[in-house]
Design a protein around this ligand. Structure first.
Ligand SMILES: *Cc1c(COP(=O)(O)O)cnc(C)c1O
Length: 834
């Protein structure tokens, strides 16, 4: 029996009046408050629930189709999803922003105050996690059937404070007030084993079989976050797994009088998803990290297999139901786990299981840095996952036999390709496991993919010339323009029509025609100016500093890492300061250098770079003679929300990594979409940004990847650069003198020494070229009108950096998945009656 509710109920509930009414309903019935007693927290919870109600109809309908229809679903496996604040994005997707504002206002509340109350889920470190979030947005917006699988960390990435110029980490208790968007599913849980041993036996049909008896079992419970698409019919589930004890309480232990011991198992189990490892581009090698990876991968594959079998399909047809994307090697153990499930649990023959597995998986490589290549000591791996190590050995044995058959006698090649690194202590190479177990491997920018083919994955490329593809990263124009830059969005609506939000790739280029329109350029400048004003306000609140929106905003925001070379930026700032001191009347346009980013807590050099930036900031602020022309601000706690304020306010985007080190970068794309000009090296997607806009609209400097490799091969030493450049010597001298560290000449010595003795990232080699390029920036900035035209052409050229373009490429070249045709409206509130 169906409840009698109008079919288009979802539409009728979008008026300001009904939204306001439902908000009051949630305030009263969910929060137990009335207007007079409600805190901002209550209002935020009630408002979020009101919005979530509007998402649920599309979500339930989507899930219904995912589990019942016969089409291929993308399963995006990622240990990180940096989704950012949800309220404003969900309102944007539903087209409810103004109605919600009005509905709240009718009751005396302010939507912006509610939005500012939200704590963003920091379930990622940086670019990799943010990429996963942009891809979910595009999948949903393009109506691609998909599900995201990840980890429900109780503590996300630490929040960063600055004390005495140093980074201080604070726990990110994002769930302390609960999350209004989540749907917890305590009854949807899977068991995941660890440790123990395996036993071989012969099954009823005389086949060799293996039984794994784990020493420990942990439960994974599903926590779902709805990811709506922009004006689309789909809302895709982001399913995050939370670890729980199978038995919360050990009664036998309790009865012996060991009260603490009785809950130890619970504590140990829950530890698995307690905290996100705060490391970026660096291998931690910690046992708990491997446990996290296996835990979420096993839950996800069990969930997928359950749904697949529910459709009445056979286990070997798994790849017909799912295209599984491995976002870096963090989920690579999935290759072994799917083999285990298919062979040990479902009784498939090895060859059949292997074919299914390879057809299901595809792998995205995100790094060329040797220290970021994940590998696990064989001993540790085998203790934790004994059956998986056996499976990996068997995969390896068969794979290396194939290699030997193809390249007889080349045992060097065999050991280079092996899944096991045997050069010293033995390691499992996760990238090799992912490559062998996938039908496609992709890099994330064209330079990166070419470097993969010629270096790290050279042997794989020689073996399988068609397997390595490129899919250049992208970012969503919904969050990174429509949401973060409403002023620009309004101008785009007017000049391009509103379809730019869904079709950025096809429409952005039409802006180029406006670059020649003086009136348009003036409006463009006003928008940038207003965005800079907004950022200045935030900078004042968070640092106490006054920054001048009339100055050039020169911005570098990203994780702090030596390869990203924030300290090259600082060296230039110090040289600029020296120039102002030496030539007080030099005509140098005022600039504000803005930095933000977190350092891994264990990464000493990165933390010292932050200390250097804050030291320079303080010292420059004290110099009355120069501070109106040269300022440095470090904004603490860079995250998605802060990024939404920063990217739209930039005049100049700093993308200055050593060529060949940054896989793609996505910050570079967000800056470009918001009208910043880039100063950058030929690294990552910078190469394609340059290609899209041309040299006249891009400030290019530095060695290219080929020149870097050549210089390194020739035994690069920074000493020559140092001896030949008096400005560089003076800048490093000022840092060593203690000028930026209250007279403490030793504070920055480790940094200076590393530059003078090793200079792994070749700052000294690029310093001269960088400073000369910065002078070209000054010259260009003097002609504001020409700068604006260039800014417009940058936005016009950014079409290809939409994550929609990237997702379409994945669909076509890797997943073989198509957008869903119009969905039937099959599940709704009417179906609640049993
Ligand atoms: C985009 C983004 C990044 C990645 O920035 P890169 O400049 O590509 O390193 C990191 N963190 C956050 C919060 C972001 O939004």
């Amino acid at each position: 029996m169906a409840i009698t509710i109008p079919r288009n109920m979802a539409e009728e509930k979008t008026s300001a009046e009904v939204l306001g009414h439902d908000f009051c309903h949630h305030l009263y019935y969910s929060q137990g408050k009335i207007g007079r007693t409600a805190s901002l927290y209550d209002i935020h919870m009630a408002a979020s629930r009101t919005v979530r109600d509007r998402i649920l109809h599309r979500w339930m309908n989507t899930v219904h189709h995912l589990v019942s229809d016969d089409f291929r679903v993308v399963a995006y496996l990622s240990a990180e999803f940096l989704i950012g604040p949800q309220m404003s994005n969900n309102l944007l997707c539903l087209g409810l922003t103004e109605a919600a504002r009005q509905g709240l206002s009718n009751n005396g509340f302010d939507l912006d105050a509610v939005i500012s109350q939200e704590i963003e889920p920091g379930l990622g470190n940086g670019g990799l996690g943010r990429l996963a979030a942009c891809y979910l947005d595009s999948l949903a917006s393009l109506d691609i059937p998909a599900i995201g699988y990840g980890i429900h960390y109780e503590f996300g990435l630490f929040s960063q404070a600055i004390a005495d110029g140093w980074q201080v980490e604070q726990a990110d208790r994002w769930l302390r007030m609960g999350s209004p968007w989540e749907l917890l599913r305590p009854d949807m849980a899977y068991e995941v084993g660890f440790g123990g041993h395996t036993t071989a036996y012969t099954d009823g049909q005389g086949r060799y079989s293996v039984r794994w008896e784990p020493a420990q079992v942990i439960r994974g419970m599903a926590c779902d976050l709805p990811i709506p698409g922009y004006q689309s019919q789909l809302t895709i589930p982001l399913r995050l797994w939370r670890a729980e004890a199978v038995e919360a309480f050990d009664l036998a232990t309790y009865n012996t009088g060991d009260y603490m011991g009785a809950v130890l198992g619970k504590i140990k189990s829950e530890n698995v998803t307690k905290v996100l490892y705060p490391v970026d581009e660096m291998e931690a090698g910690k046992r708990l990290r491997l446990m996290q990876q296996f835990f979420f991968v096993s839950c996800s594959l069990q969930d997928m297999l359950r749904i697949h079998l529910l459709k009445g399909k056979t286990p070997e047809a798994f790849n017909e139901t799912y295209a599984v994307q491995l976002n870096d090697t963090h989920p690579a153990v999935a290759v072994a786990e799917l083999m285990r499930l298919l062979v040990d649990t479902h009784g498939l023959a090895w060859e059949q299981a292997w074919e299914t597995t390879r057809k299901a998986f595809a792998f995205t490589n995100h790094t060329l840095l040797p220290e970021a290549m994940e590998r696990w000591p064989v001993g540790m791996f085998g203790k934790l996952l004994p059956r998986h190590l056996e499976i990996i050995y068997e995969i390896n044995r068969r794979f290396l036999d194939e290699v030997r058959a193809m390249r007889t006698g080349d045992e060097d090649l065999v050991s280079r390709l092996s899944l096991i690194d045997e050069s010293g202590e033995r390691y499992v190479r996760m990238a090799h496991l992912a490559c062998v177990g996938s039908h496609a491997i992709n890099g994330v920018a064209s330079l990166h993919t070419e470097l993969l083919k010629s270096t790290v994955l050279k042997d794989f490329h020689a073996l399988w010339p068609d397997k390595i593809l490129n899919v250049t990263n992208g970012v969503t124009p919904r969050r990174w323009v429509a949401l973060s830059n409403p002023r620009l969005a309004a101008l785009l609506d007017e000049s391009l029509g509103t379809e730019w939000i869904r079709e950025w790739e096809a429409t952005s280029s039409r802006l180029a025609a406006y670059a020649g329109d003086a009136g348009f350029r003036a409006r463009w400048r006003e928008i940038k100016q207003a965005n800079k004003f907004s950022l200045a306000k935030v900078a004042k609140e968070r640092t106490g500093m006054d920054i001048d929106p009339a100055s050039l905003f020169d911005i570098q925001v990203k994780r702090i890492h030596e390869y990203k070379r924030q300290h090259l930026n600082v060296l230039h700032i110090v040289s600029r300061y020296l120039k102002l001191k030496n030539e007080p009347h030099a005509d140098v346009p005022p600039r504000t250098f803005i930095f933000a980013g977190k350092a891994a807590p264990s990464y000493f050099m990165a933390k010292l770079i932050i200390r250097l930036i804050t030291g320079v900031s303080v010292a420059l602020e004290k110099d009355k003679a120069t501070r109106d022309r040269l300022k440095v601000a470090f904004l603490p706690n860079f995250n998605v929300g802060l990024g939404q304020i920063i990217y739209p306010a930039a005049n100049l985007s700093e993308q200055i990594s050593l060529a060949g080190k940054e896989a793609s970068g996505t910050g570079n794309m967000k800056f470009m979409m918001n009208g910043a000009l880039t100063i950058g090296t030929l690294d990552g997607a910078n190469v394609e940004i340059l290609d899209a806009v041309g040299e006249q609209d891009f400030f290019l400097f530095g060695l290219d990847a080929h020149e870097v490799a050549k210089a390194k091969a020739a035994g690069y030493s920074p000493r020559g650069c140092f001896d030949n450049d008096p400005i560089l010597r003076e800048a490093l001298g000022l840092i060593s003198s203690g000028f930026f560290s209250d007279g403490d000449g030793s504070l920055f010595q480790p940094l200076v020494d590393s530059l003078l003795h090793r200079d792994e990232y070749m700052l000294l080699a690029d310093f001269g070229s960088y400073c000369a390029c910065q002078e070209r920036v000054d010259a260009a900035w003097r002609d504001q009108d020409a700068w604006s035209a260039s800014s417009i052409r940058n936005v016009a050229g950014s079409g290809r950096f939409s994550s929609d373009r990237a997702i379409r490429e994945y669909c076509r070249n890797i997943w073989d998945v198509e957008p869903m045709a119009s969905l039937g409206d099959e599940v709704s509130f009417r179906d609640c009656a049993a």
